[in-house]
Ligand binder design. Sequence first.
Ligand SMILES: [Zn+2]
Length: 573
Amino acid sequence: MRMSNMYMPTLREVPAEAEIPSHQLLLRAGMMRKLVSGVYSYLPLGYRVIRKIENIVREEMDRQGAQELLMSAIQPKELWEESGRWSTFGPEMFRLKDRNDREFCLGPTHEEYFTSLIKDEVKSYKQLPLNLYQIQTKYRDEKRPRFGVIRAREFIMKDAYSFDKDEEGMRESYRKMWEAYDRVFTRLKLKFRVVEGDSGAMGGSSSHEFIAMAETGEGVIAYCEACDYAATNEKAKVVYNIESDEAERELERVHTPNVTTIDELQEFFNIEKNRFGKALVYIAKGDPVVVIIPGDRELNETKLINYLGIPEHELVMADENIIEEITNAKKGFTGPIGLKDGVRLIVDSRITRMKNIIVGGNETDYHIKNANYGRDFKGEIAEDLLLVEEGDICPKCGAPLKMDRGIEVGNIFQLGTKYSSSLNAKFLDEDGKEKPFIMGSYGIGVSRTVAAIVEQYHDENGIIWPLVVAPYHVIITVVNSNNEEQSQLGEKLYSELINEGIEVMLDDRNERAGVKFNDRDLIGIPIRITVGKKAGENIVEYSLRKDNEKIEISADKVLEKVKEEFKKEGLKL
Ligand SMILES: [Zn+2]
C-alpha cells in the first residue's frame, strides 16, 4: 500500500477521552474512531489487525472440530423469555421494536438462539457432540463504557456453543476449547493467565477466564505461586481464619459523635479493625438488606449477588434516606442489633466466630461494644462474602496469594442444562430416552484483544505490533521522495517484497523525514526499511520496531532479512 494514497488519519494530540495507552494509541495511529460513547469504527489499519486475529481464532476453532456459521444480531423477545433472561439481563440489553410493535434485542450473547436453532434439527445422540461458532458483532449497553474497545457497547466477539450427550462429553468439549484458546493467545504473543471465573449471568457450574496481563486492566486476579490456584477477585474464595475463645462480655452503648468510618472508629476505640462488624446497606430487588462483615475487610458484591440469587442490576447501595428509614439513625451507625422488623440481615460466617465486636448502634452517634452473634443478634449466615486481598491464604495450599491485573480476553463456561432445559431442547439417547443437551459456551473478545495486544506492546512513541497481527509486515520509508534514486530504489524494493507475498507499506508521501519517522513509530509496523542518502550505492537501513537497532545492508539482502525475521517469529510466508 502506498501511503500517499492511504486513509490513515493519525493524530498529534492525545484525545482527552482516552485514559490508557491502547485507547490513546489506537486513536492516534488512525486505527479506530469513536462514533458515540462505547461505539467505534475500525479504520483500514485497525481492521487489518482485527481480521488477522479473527483468522487465527478461526484456525484454532476449526482445528478442534468447531464449525463456523453466522447468526443474526437481532433476536426476538420470546426466545429470551423462555430462558428467563429478558428480565434478568436488565438495562445492559439493547432493546428495540419493529413496526408491528414486536420486541427484539440486539444480541448481547447467543445461548438462547443457538439452543433454539439446533433443538428441532438435532434429534439423536449420534449427531453429537456438536460445536458451532460465529464471529459477530455483540451489543451490551454498558453503564460506563470506557477504555475504548475494552469496555465498549458494540464489540466483535467469537462465541461458540457446544452440545454433548453427557457430562463427560461436555468436559471434553470444554477441554478442547481451553486448548484452542491457549493456542490462540499464545500465537497472538499475549502474556496471559487462565483463572477460575464467576459464572454470573451465564449460569452453569464452572468457568475460566483468559486474562491478558496489563496494569491498566479492569480485571483483578488472585494467584498462588506455590500451586496453580488462580481466580478472578470476584470468584476467589477467601480463607480468613478467625476464632476467639474470649468470654462474652456485657453489651455497652458508647457515645461516638460523628465517628462513622472504620478508620475513625479504629482511632476512637484504639483497637484493631478486625474487632469491628462493618455494616453495608443495599437494596436487593427493591428490599433493604443489611450485610455485616469483619471491619478490616471489603465486601465482594458478586458473592452477595450470587448469595441473593438476583441479577446484578437488582443490587444497589441504599441511599442515606433509606438507611435512616430502616435504622432510625444516620449513615455510619448501622448495626445488626435493633434493625426495623422485616429488614433482612445477612452476616458473613466469620462474624459468627468473632467475640465482643463493636457494631453500629442503629442510633445516631452511638456504637455498641461487646456484641456477640447468637446472644445479641441473629441473621442469615453466608459462608463467604469477602473480597480477596494480597496476602490472603491460598484456598488450595495455604501459601500467601498474590494479586495482579489484566484484561479478560476469553472465557469458557460449563453450562450444563441451564438453557437446554428452559428451552426444551432434547435429543434421544442410546436407550431411546429424551434428554436435554449438556452445553458449554465459549467467548473471545476479538476487538478487545486488539487493545490487550497494544497494552502489552507499545512504548512512548507508539504501538509495537507483533509480526503475526501487524497491519502490514514491512514499511519502506523513502526519506526524500523528491530524490530520484531514493524513489526508484523504494519502488523496486516495494515490488520485490509484494511479489513474495509480504504485506508492505511504502511511505512515498511528500512529507518531511521527521513526520515519516514519527508516523512509522506510531503505527508500529514491525520491520522497517529506510531508503536514504546511500540509495545511489544500493544501501538501505534495516531495523525492527521492537529494538530499533539500525544496520546498513545492501538492498539486495532486504528480502533475505525479511524472510529471516518471519522464520524467527515462527511464521510462514
Ligand atoms: Zn496455592
